[in-house]
Design a binder for this molecule. Structure first.
Ligand code: PGA
Ligand code: ZN
Length: 439
């Protein structure tokens, strides 16, 4: 057998950042190389994303993954042993066929994603290449170090719905280097913490490490974020801009958007107007899931009105699905897609989604889930696929910092392309403002 042939596939139960069980897969090759990867888990999941297999019952709130682990050991292993780990596409096609359902409900996307990513690692180790380089070889892209989106305040499903909006984030497209992005972000995070302490509102952090959102309104969080940027010595809208994940599906019922914090009930048009007012008033460059995942007309209307100014990311709306991106492009919905490998269930399907996005002129943002681990595969995907942007949560807690630190290491490696100031936000108001300045 070829050195890169798969000789073993196994899984074990490990634990994520919420203390929930998850699946770790290990893939061994004939050469002796072993790749390992862990499935992440979402909390504000899209209705159309691939399904994590959970055991149900009373034990661990029904979240156990012994069934998914068993699927790797008894069903996936015999199907993959003997296959060439360098042929990621064939491996993933085998997983898709073995499962046989649109949402991976037989094997579980937690089983397939862990195995798919572990194969990627094993192949890179066997080739003695950094993972990002192996991914760049597979994708044919020129590597680049992504621009981070970093959460300062968490909200929505990640903070007991203390505020409705899920992520209040900063991006630092005007930094000169990846290292500088992190330093500036750290100053902003610290400044935000000082404000919360001063107001007597410092009560810990949300699921992704952002400050717990003790605010009287969603807009107060935005105002506080602007204040934190200023307190950090930055001019909002210059080097630093704001990014929001509204995750609107989480508070939309029967076409009405219920802002629980403010006890307001908005129609689609009122919701669009409110977000438009925020875009006018604050240096917001990116908005994710502005309307609910089933509010197709709303997403199209929002994109028509604001798509030439800001980035509009489909997360729950596009669920890392190439066909949905293609349809959205036909209809004029969103102009960017979030890439979460476990939403599709395999590396190859996620790569196909990003390739479609690229063809249709959509930006790509590789993203972690709110339930994460020490696994840093997504950093390598962002670099090797030249995605441009990376979202992994806040700037505390090791499951988040592991990703930022891995990007620093990759940035130091020759050939990784480095951080290109501003490039990923081409076409937004921010990049036009930069171009105007140089005229
Ligand atoms: P998650 O949400 O809890 O489903 O991972 C993250 C996001 O909406 O981007
Ligand atoms: Zn989202």
């Amino acid at each position: 057998m070829n050195d890169s042939a798969i000789s073993s596939v196994s899984a074990r139960r490990v634990w994520d950042s919420r203390g929930n069980p998850t699946v770790e897969a290990e893939v061994g090759l004939v050469s002796g190389a072993v790749g390992r990867a862990i499935a992440p888990a979402g909390a504000s999941r899209g209705a159309r994303e691939a399904i994590d297999l959970r055991d149900g019952g009373k034990n661990l709130d029904g979240k156990n993954v012994l069934g998914a682990v068993d699927n790797v050991n008894t069903l996936i292993a015999p199907a993959l042993i003997g296959m060439n780990a360098n042929e990621q596409h064939d491996v993933d096609a085998t997983l898709v066929a073995l499962d046989g359902t649109p949402l991976k409900s037989v094997l579980g996307a937690n089983a397939t994603v862990a195995v798919s990513m572990a194969v990627l690692h094993a192949a890179a180790i066997a080739k003695q290449l950094p993972l990002w380089q192996h991914i760049a070889d597979l994708s044919g892209q020129t590597p680049s170090v992504p621009l981070p989106e970093i959460q300062i305040f968490g909200g929505g499903a990640h903070a007991g719905r203390r505020v409705d909006v899920q992520d209040f984030m900063v991006m630092v497209p005007g930094a000169e280097s990846f290292d500088e992005v992190l330093e500036i972000t750290s100053e902003i995070y610290r400044a935000a913490g000082r404000i919360m302490t001063r107001k007597g509102r410092s009560v810990g952090v949300a699921d992704e490490g952002g400050w717990w959102p003790v605010f009287d309104s969603n807009e107060e969080a935005l105002e506080t974020l602007v204040q934190a940027i200023e307190d950090a010595g930055e001019i909002p809208g210059e080097r630093v801009v704001i990014s929001l994940d509204i995750a609107a599906s989480e508070f939309c019922t029967d076409g009405r958007y219920h802002l629980a914090l403010e006890d307001r009930d908005l129609s689609r048009d009122e919701m669009i107007r409110m977000l438009g007012d925020w875009i006018d008033a604050y240096p917001i460059v990116s908005i994710e899931d502005p309307l609910a995942e089933d509010d197709r007309e709303g997403v199209i209307a929002f994109t028509q009105e604001f798509g030439d100014r800001v980035q509009i990311i489909g997360d729950d709306y596009l669920v890392t699905n190439a066909d949905l991106v293609s349809n959205a492009a036909d209809e004029g919905a969103c102009n960017a897609v979030l890439i979460k490998v476990n939403q599709s269930g395999t590396v190859s399907e996620s790569m196909a989604c990003l390739a479609t996005a690229r063809e249709r002129g959509y930006r790509g943002v590789v993203s972690a889930r709110s339930g994460e681990t020490e696994d840093v595969t997504i950093c390598h995907l962002a670099v090797g696929l030249d995605a441009g942007q990376l979202k992994v949560g806040s700037f505390t807690r090791s499951e988040r910092m592991a990703k930022w630190n891995e990007c620093l290491r990759i940035d130091d490696q020759p050939g990784s392309g480095g951080f290109v100031k501003g490039a990923p936000l081409a076409g937004t108001w921010w990049s036009r403002q930069q171009t105007d300045k140089t005229k």
